[in-house]
Structure formats: structure tokens, C-alpha cells
Design a protein around this ligand. Structure first.
Ligand code: QV4
Ligand code: CA
Length: 510
């Protein structure tokens, strides 16, 4: 009986930390600003066949239409209602996407904006993506409905009504974040509206949620909302499966609020991960690859089973939330591939791959004044389709990092080595490192010149490097690596190599 209780408790307590990934898959991709029809097609034609386990989608609920600047990406973080129509598509298209992705074993995670509605300066009218009326001035959102009774202003306490000081937890949670009308999440009514919104998505078949701006919500309010959520849809998920929760809390240290306050609710975005990894790969501040030996908790990160990790996200790749010079993005493709390759090879954290669109940066006094530019779009503001080129890259300015061979193959690598411990660590004290994941995969990185023979821990044989090429049938389109009967192999990587790393695994043996 005692044992049974223990199992039940363990099952309950691990539930919201589990991404519910299927068929041995390990990673999700954020298809930032993609249309639902394109995501549905991508699940079927690319994500499922290449081992991706899930997609984080942009907020699916109705948002304000911002026309100055014209249709910025960030308008989707200003809700008007919980109706499911946006630039990404209609409710029907959303449902079709969730069904088709689920049918091929790819989960959908929704970016849930529940801390606030639109900005206080949003005016009034029906300039919203489903045409619902609203009045930001009087705090009226009839399509939910919310009224002025449902907002926090009376509790805020700053003169401006804005968050003025991040050292004051009350301000951070009860005042307006950049003018966004802050919901009174302690109200039963508000919690109910949000729970209804999320439960509707669960019934459609989504597998979990990114909780936007979690730092700006009291952990207890989040918990109260989560306790009202239903189990996942049993058409695709095990009975009793709970929605996967990852909370957006930027904790780089030094503020009143820390990520640990949110451990009870679910996972948390570990923003130290990409910031520090960028320093190491760019060799800033004397950092070296060899220092990655104790990567993870050893670097002061949150516990492995609480961390959602990524190299960059839709904010910091353009200088928003915790952006900075160290962040690696597709603009620095060589470094970026090293960073994402390392993340996917290393066991720490639940991994998320970023997939972006291209925009023209314009730095004025160190700030990109084009940081607002929305997705590739037509003159009427509608989002452009993701087209696929003959070489499997994407057109229409969609970057599709997740289709880069080096990244796609490392997603597969992570699936192959899933559950295997990091072993056979080697470094040269500088910018050369290598390690295995059990006896299933081996990876070696060079941020200098390299010619070394190392013990890999892998069975003897000839392996195909999945970074310079890949195994296609019985042939290898890239570099071949021979592992001797003692498990050792020679690796030569030039300092000028476009991809200064080599990865081999069980499924890429010739
Ligand atoms: C402006 C003024 C305000 C004024 C207000 C009046 O700056 O002083 O009070 O008008 O209405 C946009 C504009 C911003 C504007 C605001 C409201 O950039 O200038 O305020 O709209 O109209 C994204 C963008 C924001 C954007 C917001 C809403 O990054 O620039 O604001 O969407 O459209 C912190 C948080 C963290 C957050 C991060 C960016 O702790 O939670 O900042 N990250 C998440 C999302 C992010 C999103 C939000 C939170 C808000 O990842 O994309 O912000 O939902 O670190
Ligand atoms: Ca708040």
C-alpha cells in the first residue's frame, strides 16, 4: 500500500515535466510565426520522418493588429480574446494541424499568453485578428469577456502603473509589463476563463504549453490554473497524461524573482544556457570549450529535470528579452551549428530547436531598429507560405534551421543516444572536446586546429560522420571515421572547416 502510494505520487509529480514525446523522440522545434497549414505539412513531410518530437507554435488566440510599425511579430503577444484565429490561420486550420501532426507522432505545444491582454495604448475598435471588439482604455474585452474588474492596476503601486524595478517582486507581478494590461490572476473568474481556453486546446489535442511571461505571474496563481486543466486527449495520449508545462522565466541571477520559485509548476526556460554557451563558442571573456566538462548543474543551471534548453529564442535572437552579444543565431551560421550540435549531443535539459525567418538587421547605436519586423508577408499583411527548394532548404525567407543537415542529424543523434550517460570525455585544455553517450554515439568539436586519436567507447567499424554528410543506403556522403578494435579513432579537423565537428552513432555505421 505504501509502495503503491509512492508510485502514484511519483507519477503525479513527474507529470507536467514530461513532454509526452512519442516513439523515442527527444526534441521540439519552435516554428516561429509559421502558418498552421505549413506546420501540418511539415509534420508529415519532414518532422516525423526526421525524428522531431514536437512543435512549439506561435500564440494561436486572437491578437490586436498593430499597424505602426506595420504588423510586427510581437502583436501576437497582445491578446484580444481566446478565439483561435490569427495570421497563422483559422480555428479549422489549427484543428487540422493538431490532428495531422498528432497522427504522425509529432506533438503541438502552444505558446500561451495569459499574463495580460493588449497594451494600454491599444485604443479601441475591431482591429484584431478575428475582428472582435475591444477597448484598451476602459479595459473591455467583450469576446472573453473581461472588464476593468479583471485587471491588476489597483494592486500595482508604481506611479506609472508599469514595472519600474525588477528588484521588487510585487511590481514585477502586479504591474504592467511594457504597458500590457495585467490580468488579476488571483480572481476565480479570470482563472476560469484561462483554464477554459487551455482546456479547449487540450481537447483539440495539444500536448502542453509554454507559459509566456511566467515571471510576471505569481507561482501560486499559475498552480491554481494548472490544477484546473484536463488530462491530454486520449485519442493520442496515454490515459492520465498531463499537459507538459514550461514557464518562461528569465533568470540570469540578480533579480528579486528566481526560477526555483516555479519548479513546482513545471519546467522553466533556462536562459543561462544559451548566454553561456555563446560566450564559450565565441571565446568571449577567456571561455573555452574545455570548460564545458561540467556543463549543466555544474555551471549553476537549474536541475536537469526542470530545464527547457535552447541556443536562442524568438526574443533574444533580435535583442528582446535577455538578448545580448553572446547569443548565437542563424546569422552566425558556423558558430550556430557548433552550439546547436553541442546542445543536442549533451544530455542536460529538454531541448528546443529554433526555426526563424530572415530579416534585414539595421544596427543604430548597437540596437537593431528592425527588431520588430514580422514574418515574411504579402502586401495585405498575410503571412507567406513556407516553400521548399529542391535541395530541401526553405524559400520565401524562412530560414528553417531545423532542416540544416547538421542540426537535423543531431536531432536524430539525440534520439539514438537517448538515456545514455555522457562518457569518454576528452579535451585538450583549450577549444577541443569530445565525448560519447554510452556506447551509442560519439561527438568531437574543434574550435582550433585538430589532429587527434581518441578512445571513443564505440564498437569497432566504419562510421559515417553525420555532420559533413550522412549515411544514405549503404554509402556515406561525408567523412568516414574508422573505430579500431580497441575503440580508438583518428579525427582531423581544420581550423577553417565550415563545420568543425564530427558526430558518429550506432545508426550511421556502415
Ligand atoms: C509601449 C511602451 C510602454 C507603454 C506602452 C503603452 O514601451 O512603455 O506603456 O507602449 O501601450 C510591444 C512594444 C512595446 C509596447 C508594448 C505595448 O515593443 O514598446 O510598449 O508592445 O504596446 C513581446 C515583445 C515586446 C512587445 C510585446 C507585446 O518582446 O517588445 O511589446 O511582445 O507586443 C521580459 C519579460 C519576458 C518577455 C521579455 C521580452 O520578463 O516575459 O521581456 N518575454 C515574453 C515573450 C515576448 C513578449 C512578452 C513576454 C510579452 O517572449 O516575446 O514580448 O507577452 O524579459
Ligand atoms: Ca502580472
Amino acid at each position: 500500500m505504501k509502495l503503491l502510494l509512492l508510485f502514484v505520487l511519483a507519477g503525479l509529480s513527474s507529470a507536467q515535466y514530461n513532454p509526452n514525446l512519442r516513439s523515442g523522440r527527444t526534441s521540439m522545434v519552435h516554428l516561429f510565426e509559421w502558418r498552421w497549414v505549413d506546420i501540418a505539412a511539415e509534420c508529415e513531410r519532414y518532422l516525423a520522418p526526421n525524428g522531431y518530437g514536437g512543435v512549439q507554435v506561435s500564440p494561436p488566440n486572437e491578437n490586436i493588429i498593430v499597424s505602426n510599425p506595420y504588423r510586427p511579430w510581437y502583436e501576437r503577444y497582445q491578446p484580444i480574446s481566446y478565439k483561435l484565429c490569427t495570421r497563422s490561420g483559422s480555428e479549422q486550420q489549427f484543428r487540422d494541424m493538431v490532428t495531422r501532426c498528432n497522427n504522425v507522432g509529432v506533438n503541438i505545444y502552444v505558446d500561451a499568453v495569459i499574463n495580460h491582454m493588449c497594451g494600454s495604448g491599444g485604443g479601441s475598435g475591431t482591429q484584431s485578428t478575428c475582428g472582435s471588439s475591444y477597448n484598451a482604455g476602459t479595459k473591455d474585452f467583450p469576446a472573453v469577456p473581461y472588464s476593468n474588474l479583471d485587471f491588476n492596476d489597483s494592486k500595482c503601486g508604481t506611479a506609472s502603473g508599469e514595472i519600474e524595478n525588477y528588484s521588487d517582486a510585487n511590481q514585477v507581478r502586479n504591474c504592467r509589463l511594457v504597458g500590457l494590461l495585467d490580468l488579476a490572476l488571483e480572481k476565480d473568474y479570470v482563472r476560469g476563463k484561462i483554464a477554459d481556453f487551455l482546456n479547449n486546446l487540450i481537447s483539440i489535442g495539444v500536448a502542453g504549453f509554454r507559459l509566456d511571461a511566467s515571471k510576471h505571474m505569481w507561482p501560486g496563481d499559475i498552480q491554481a490554473i494548472l490544477s484546473r486543466l484536463n488530462n491530454l486527449n486520449t485519442q493520442w495520449f496515454a490515459s492520465g497524461a498531463r499537459p507538459f508545462i514550461f514557464q518562461e522565466v528569465i533568470d540570469l541571477g540578480g533579480e528579486a524573482i528566481s526560477a526555483s520559485e516555479y519548479y513546482g509548476n513545471g519546467r522553466i526556460t533556462e536562459f543561462k544556457y544559451g548566454a553561456k554557451l555563446g560566450n564559450v563558442i565565441r571565446k568571449l571573456g577567456g571561455e573555452r570549450l574545455s570548460y564545458l566538462r561540467n556543463w549543466g548543474e555544474g555551471w549553476g543551471f537549474m536541475p536537469n529535470d526542470r530545464a527547457l534548453v535552447f541556443v536562442d529564442n524568438h526574443d533574444n535572437q533580435r535583442g528582446h528579452g535577455a538578448g545580448g552579444a553572446s547569443i548565437l543565431t542563424f546569422f552566425d551560421s558556423r558558430f550556430y551549428k557548433i552550439g546547436v550540435g553541442f546542445m543536442l549531443a549533451h544530455p542536460y535539459g529538454q531541448t528546443r530547436v529554433m526555426s526563424s525567418y530572415r530579416w534585414t538587421r539595421n544596427f543604430v547605436n548597437g540596437k537593431d531598429v528592425n527588431d520588430w519586423i514580422g514574418p515574411p508577408s504579402n502586401s495585405d499583411g498575410s503571412t507567406k507560405a513556407v516553400t521548399i527548394n529542391a535541395d530541401s532548404s526553405c524559400g520565401n525567407d524562412w530560414v528553417c534551421e531545423h532542416r540544416w543537415r547538421q542540426i537535423k542529424n543531431m536531432v536524430i543523434f539525440r534520439n539514438v543516444v537517448n538515456g545514455q550517460a555522457l562518457a569518454n570525455w576528452w579535451d585538450n585544455g583549450g577549444n577541443q572536446i569530445a565525448f560519447s553517450r554510452g556506447n551509442k554515439g560519439y561527438i568531437i568539436f574543434n574550435n582550433d586546429n585538430m589532429d587527434v586519436t581518441l578512445s571513443t567507447g564505440l564498437p569497432a567499424g566504419t562510421y559515417c560522420d553525420v555532420i559533413s554528410g550522412q549515411k544514405e543506403g549503404t554509402r556515406c556522403t561525408g567523412t568516414q571515421i574508422t573505430v579500431s578494435s580497441t575503440g580508438s579513432a583518428r579525427f582531423v579537423i581544420s581550423s577553417s572547416a565550415e563545420d568543425p565537428f564530427i558526430a558518429i552513432h550506432e545508426s550511421a555505421k556502415l
